[in-house]
Design a protein around this ligand. Structure first.
Ligand code: 4H6
Length: 246
C-alpha cells in the first residue's frame, strides 16, 4: 500500500510509521507513506497557506493554490492513480467494511485539513471521497488519516502475526470481540473462565462466539440488525439472553 499524505504536520505521522505493527509494515516495505506539505507550495514571502473566509465567520481556511500544488506533487509520486480521500466531519463514517475495500487499493492520497477546513473548490476538483472517523471535531485531519492507515495496514497480507487475527478481529465478523484472558489463572480471587482452560477447542469456540454475540446484544444491539445469524449463532445468542434474565 502506498499512501501520500497532504499535511502541514508530517512529523505527526511518526506515531504511525515509527511504532508497532504499522511501524514494522513500513520497515518491511508493506506500507509506504510519503508527504507533501502545502507550506512548501506557498510561494509568497510569508509562505501563506491560509486566509480569511469569504462571507465572514471565525477562523481561517486553507487556500486553494498551495493545496492544489501539494496534491499534484504527491499524486506524481503515486505508483498508480490514487484515490484521493479527504478526512472531515462531513465525510461518510469509516467502517471496517470500508476499511476492507480501501485495503484492496494500491495507492491512496489522504488530505488533512487544518484551520477551519479547506476551500471547497479543492474538494470539487481533487477529492474522490470524504471520510469521517466519527462524529466529533478534531483540530486537523491527521489523526483521522492515521486511524484510517492503521486500520487498512492491518489488513495487508503478512502484516499481522498469524493470518487468523485479521479475520477474527471483532468488526470483521460484524460483531464485538469476546473477553480475553492470559496468565495468571487466578488474580485477586478472580478466576479465568474454566472453559478456556479446558483444552476443548470446540467448547472454547462456542463460548467465545456466545460471548461476542451476547456482548454485541448488550452494548451495540444495532450492529445485530445488519446481520444474518446462522442457526448456531441464533441459538448461542438466545442462550446468552436467557442467562441474562435469570
Ligand atoms: N471526524 C473526523 O473524521 C474529523 C476530521 C477532521 C477534523 N478536523 C479537521 C477538519 C477537516 C475538514 C473540515 C473541517 C475540519 N475542522 C478543522 C478544525 O475545526 C473544525 C473543523 N475533525 C474531525
Amino acid at each position: 500500500m502506498w499512501a501520500g499524505v497532504v499535511t502541514l504536520f508530517p512529523e505527526m505521522f511518526t506515531a504511525l510509521t515509527g511504532h508497532g505493527v504499522t511501524g514494522r509494515a513500513v520497515k518491511r516495505g508493506q506500507l509506504t507513506v510519503e508527504y507533501s506539505n502545502p507550506r512548501d507550495h506557498a510561494h509568497d514571502r510569508h509562505r501563506t497557506v491560509d486566509d480569511r473566509p469569504f462571507g465572514g465567520g471565525p477562523g481561517m481556511l486553507m487556500k486553494v493554490e498551495p493545496l492544489l500544488e501539494a496534491i499534484a506533487a504527491i499524486r506524481a509520486k503515486a505508483p498508480s492513480p490514487p484515490r484521493v480521500i479527504y478526512l472531515s466531519p462531513q465525510g461518510q463514517p469509516l467502517t471496517q467494511k470500508r476499511v476492507v475495500e480501501l485495503a484492496q487499493l494500491d495507492s491512496l492520497v489522504l488530505l488533512c485539513g487544518r484551520y477551519e477546513g479547506i476551500d471547497e473548490r479543492i474538494v470539487e476538483m481533487c477529492v474522490d471521497e470524504e471520510i469521517s472517523i466519527g462524529d466529533y471535531v478534531l483540530s486537523g485531519g491527521e489523526l483521522g488519516a492515521m486511524v484510517l492507515l492503521d486500520a487498512v495496514t492491518r489488513l495487508i497480507p503478512g502484516v499481522l502475526g498469524h493470518a487468523d487475527s485479521a479475520v477474527e478481529d471483532s468488526f470483521s465478523e460484524g460483531w464485538l470481540d469476546c473477553p480475553h484472558y492470559t496468565r495468571p489463572e487466578e488474580f485477586a480471587g478472580q478466576r479465568v473462565p474454566e472453559v478456556l482452560l479446558s483444552g476443548n477447542h470446540e467448547l472454547i469456540r462456542r463460548w467465545r462466539l456466545k460471548q461476542s454475540l451476547g456482548r454485541t446484544w448488550l452494548r451495540r444491539p444495532e450492529l445485530l440488525e445488519g446481520l444474518t445469524l446462522s442457526k448456531e449463532q441464533q441459538q448461542l445468542l438466545a442462550e446468552f439472553i436467557c442467562e441474562q434474565e435469570t
